[in-house]
Design a protein around this ligand. Structure first.
Ligand code: AMP
Ligand code: GLY
Length: 431
């Protein structure tokens, strides 16, 4: 299907990018991997290129000069900046949604209007640019109420306000004080959805799609889902409490119409569609769309995936997903726990020496993915908020979690924090 020794450029530097590189390194044909900018883990798989994920002109220049065969655009910012369009304009092969298609993620106002137009289940909402009008809307609304900056705001743009005063303050910060800059020119105010939050991923070639297993991220920093939101502290997949009937319902009511209507509206979606879904008493409802792989969801998916990752990407690019069967490890569960710097998601120090990764890696069924790491004078050190992702697989979720927490005991760095309750609530839910 594809030629030998491709040069593949992976954009990004997180656990997601390391996990995809790790999986590609097992492809049946040998690939030369490049990461821009990568981390200390990706260095073991290929070359790190010192170009930021958002420096699109430099990335284009590099891809041309190095004759890169295929680029994988993974993080949200470059997609929103139109990296796919820029590469395509230069006849460079790149996988990911175009700027128009990824608007589902980078404009919450656009995503909400899209869902309303096509009757895709989501929370009731209004979009505002005017502070007074928004305030009036909140005054007559119910509590809690959810306020969202429409644009990309580093995962910090959403507030679930418990009081009207809190809601007014957030509104003022976004619309008047512009704490998120132009990402807060528009604000979505929506109804609070109560239920269980899950992650769904589907890969699309613009026309057809294939569903991935269900997964669940744990976004808050502390055990028991308290404290501020993070990029994601731990994931489990597949979810024991999400049955086939629910997956079919999500596919029919959410994924299928989204892919079909994006194509109909002239924005065919090529890449990963990742709706965040709340399982409410009234059924599954979308609370956000992402136009890319989740992090840490990807780390769990790569541990479960059997099919060659490059075959999947090629099928997505060639509009051949209909003919591809994506295979997942049978009767297997995966988990991935983030080890974070002390202080994260607030400010934190860097360059703390990390010990024990090699020992952790030797434990059965463990793979350690790097996120914020770098080598300083031959030492592995911290270089970000989420530092490492320790993953395990097992025949049950309990088994995978037991293995992962045992392996984590081997690893330490100054200030290291992680959640001890990943998967706990999932195990408590009766099917
Ligand atoms: P996001 O930054 O878009 O991932 O949203 C952050 C978190 O806000 C989500 O993980 C949800 O827990 C929560 N959230 C977003 N929208 C709603 C909603 N309408 N009702 C309840 N919670 C929500
Ligand atoms: N899992 C959270 C995110 O990727 O946005």
């Amino acid at each position: 299907m594809h030629k030998e020794k491709q040069k593949i450029l992976i954009i990004g530097s997180g656990g997601r990018e390391h996990a995809i590189g790790w999986k590609i390194a097992q492809s049946k044909e040998k690939q030369n991997l490049y990461f821009a900018p990568g981390n200390a883990g990706t260095l073991e798989l290929g070359a790190n290129v010192a170009i930021s994920a958002t420096d699109i002109p430099k990335l284009v220049e590099f891809a041309k000069k190095e004759k890169i065969d295929l680029t994988l655009a993974l993080p949200d910012d470059p997609l929103a900046l139109g990296i796919v369009n820029a590469f395509q304009a230069e006849n460079l092969r790149i996988w990911g949604p175009t700027k128009d298609a990824s608007e589902l993620e980078w404009s919450k106002a656009y995503a909400k209007d899209f869902m309303k137009r096509h009757k895709i289940p989501t929370a009731k909402y209004e979009v505002f640019t005017d502070f007074k009008k928004a305030k009036f809307f909140i005054e007559k609304g119910k509590l809690p109420i959810v306020i969202k900056a429409s644009g990309l705001a580093l995962g910090k743009g959403v507030t679930v306000a418990q009081t009207k005063e809190e809601a007014f303050k957030v509104l003022e910060d976004i619309l008047v004080n512009k704490i998120f800059g132009s990402a807060g020119n528009e604000v979505v105010i929506e109804e609070y959805l109560s239920g269980i939050e899950i992650s769904i991923h589907a890969i699309s070639d613009g026309k057809n799609y294939k569903m991935f297993p269900s997964s669940q991220d744990h976004k808050r920093i502390f055990d028991g889902n308290v404290g501020p939101n993070t990029g994601g502290m731990g994931v489990i997949a597949p979810l024991p409490f999400v049955d086939k009937a629910m997956m079919t319902r999500i596919e029919k009511e959410i994924v299928a119409p989204t892919i079909a209507k994006m194509a109909e509206e002239g924005r065919p979606f090529v890449g990963i569609l990742y709706p965040g879904i709340m399982l409410t008493a009234e059924g599954p409802k979308v609370f956000e769309f992402n136009s890319r792989f989740g992090d840490p969801e990807t780390q769990a998916y790569m541990r479960l995936l059997e099919t060659d990752f490059i075959d999947i990407v090629e099928a997505s690019l060639e509009e051949k997903l209909k003919d591809l069967e994506i295979k997942w490890k049978k009767d297997t569960f995966a988990c991935n726990i983030a080890l974070a710097s002390g202080g994260y998601p607030g400010s934190y120090e860097k360059e703390k020496v990390i010990s024990g990764v090699e020992e952790a890696k030797m434990q059965p069924d463990i793979v350690v993915f790097h996120a914020g790491t770098k080598i300083v004078r031959q030492d592995l050190t911290t270089n970000g908020g989420r530092v490492l992702g320790v993953s395990a697989i097992g025949n049950t979720l309990e088994e995978a979690l037991k293995k992962v927490y045992k392996a984590i005991e081997k690893i330490s760095f100054d200030g290291m924090q992680y959640r001890k309750d990943i998967g706990k609530s999932a195990l408590e839910i009766k099917n």
